[in-house]
Design a protein around this ligand. Structure first.
Ligand code: ATP
Length: 445
């Protein structure tokens, strides 16, 4: 059964359960009853997340001459957040139901009926609630020691603009990219890892000469969408949704969201923004340090405009999982399969002896040991072969190599394809090359 989004029925519940069962994602501090809207990535989840991060970094930093990487601290000078506008304006409208005392983000509630207790007309007036987590630096807990956990990674890039410019050989236009944790004290988190209080962002700020900003904005918008498609995400579940003039953030001249058709509807997972010279100007003003760019050949001075590409890593992982999840009937039996792009799959290959006798376990162990240095490899010796295959289908493993009776006789093994279920026989000593062709061929890299 599928819904009008084309996803299987109750997909989110199924994802939560599969994620726990197979070791992708766990609730934080679960043995203590959990903590609100924070998640931990298990053995398969951390591989998947690393693969998405690595794919982004390769695309945005390694493949480009005009982008440099950065890893800035989570804690920054408190004045950064005054200059950026977060202290004053990074707020959501908070309302409370006077009947059940549950709190909501006003723009997440329709009408005047409480989504929890159902009572109407009992909401308090909205008040602005700042989403930044505050903590204290050093041993004294007073207001002069207050610092924030960063709510976005972008500011770490702006305050390092001069450092990167002066230490690299870059000239405008160029970009700075970073991946890292961000924290927001969300009023209404939810939908699994879609909206959490601790998450990772993958952001790139591209500094351009004013006047060339619109062209760069369009270029990055198209590139980012292409990248998401290259991860194997279905094109008909992706769309670009421009912000109308009344939705634009105070700093933005243009903004577009890349949206995915989640089980709960179309939602953003990446934004591309033309932030003008707002950020560098504000930091120049607040820090008193010149943040303008001087063009070497002409002597022309300007504060660069910034085109930002801002994606949530966790949210992108959720897109990947939701898009990969599939259920089908195979010869009268149902199977659950994660059709992950081979490049993103946590385990690239599983190796099994068909049965535990006649030299099969030893040969399978040898093959697994050989493959391990090259690909994430899972070696599984017990249980029915059908069950072992199904386990790998749920983990999204693209290939299973099985050692059977014929393997002992002629040195060949079978390679089973997760999606087509086709099995081919391949010489065991050529297995690594065979897999390379299929994994890297499909990855297109
Ligand atoms: P929203 O309006 O949904 O609160 P936003 O527009 O404030 O989000 P941005 O500040 O543009 O989001 O953040 C860029 C990206 O960071 C988002 O597209 C999303 O992928 C990710 N992100 C933002 N907030 C969260 C969160 N609470 N949990 C997980 N990812 C998040």
């Amino acid at each position: 059964m599928s819904t009008d989004t084309g996803h299987p029925e109750n997909l989110m519940e199924k994802l939560v359960s599969l994620a726990k069962r197979r070791g992708f994602i766990f609730q934080s501090s679960e043995v203590y009853g959990g903590v609100g809207a924070v998640y931990d990535y298990g053995p398969l989840g951390v591989e998947l997340k690393n693969n998405v991060r690595e794919a982004w970094w390769t695309e945005m930093v390694h493949r480009r001459e005009d982008v440099e990487g950065l890893d800035a601290g989570i804690l920054m000078h408190p004045e950064v957040w005054v200059a950026s506008g977060h202290v004053e304006g990074f707020t959501d409208p908070l309302i409370e139901c006077r009947n059940c005392h549950r709190r909501f983000r006003a723009d997440h509630v329709e009408g005047d009926q409480c989504p929890t207790c159902g009572v109407s007309g009992q909401f308090t007036e909205p008040r602005n609630f700042n989403l930044m987590f505050k903590t204290f630096m050093g041993p004294v807990e007073d207001s002069t020691a207050a610092v924030y956990l960063r709510p976005e990674t972008a500011q770490g890039i702006y305050v390092n603009f001069r450092n990167v410019l002066d230490s690299s050989r870059q000239k405008v236009p160029f970009g700075i990219a970073q991946v890292g944790k961000a924290f927001r004290n969300e009023i209404t988190p939810g939908n699994f890892t879609f909206r959490t209080r601790e998450f990772e962002q993958m952001e790139m700020q591209f500094f351009v000469e004013p006047g060339t900003d619109e062209e760069w904005y369009h270029t990055w918008k198209e590139r980012r969408l292409e990248w998401v498609k290259s991860l194997g995400i279905r094109a008909d579940r992706l769309r670009l949704e421009p912000h109308g003039p009344d939705e634009l953030a105070h700093y933005a001249k243009d903004a577009v969201d890349i949206e995915y058709l989640f089980p709960m509807g179309w939602r953003e997972f990446e934004g591309i923004h033309n932030r003008t010279d707002f950020d560098l100007s504000r930091h120049q003003e607040h820090s008193g340090k010149k943040l303008e760019y001087v063009e070497s050949h002409s002597g022309k001075r300007f504060i660069p405009y910034v085109i930002e590409t801002s994606a949530g890593l966790d949210r992108t992982v959720l897109v990947v999982l939701a898009d990969a999840y599939d259920e089908e009937e195979v010869e009268g039996e149902s199977r659950t399969v994660l059709r992950l792009h081979p490049r993103l799959a946590p385990t690239k290959v599983a190796v099994f002896p068909l049965v535990k006798k006649e030299g099969m376990p030893e040969m399978a162990a040898r093959i697994a040991a050989d493959l391990r240095g090259r690909y994430t490899t899972f070696h599984d010796v017990s249980g029915s072969i059908g069950r072992r295959y199904r386990r790998q289908d749920e983990a999204g493993t693209p290939f299973c190599v099985t050692v059977d009776g014929q393997s002992i006789a002629d040195g060949t093994v079978t390679v089973r394809d997760r999606d087509t279920l086709e099995q081919v026989r391949v010489a065991a000593d050529g297995i690594s090359d065979h897999l390379r062709e299929r994994i890297e061929g499909e990855a297109g890299s």
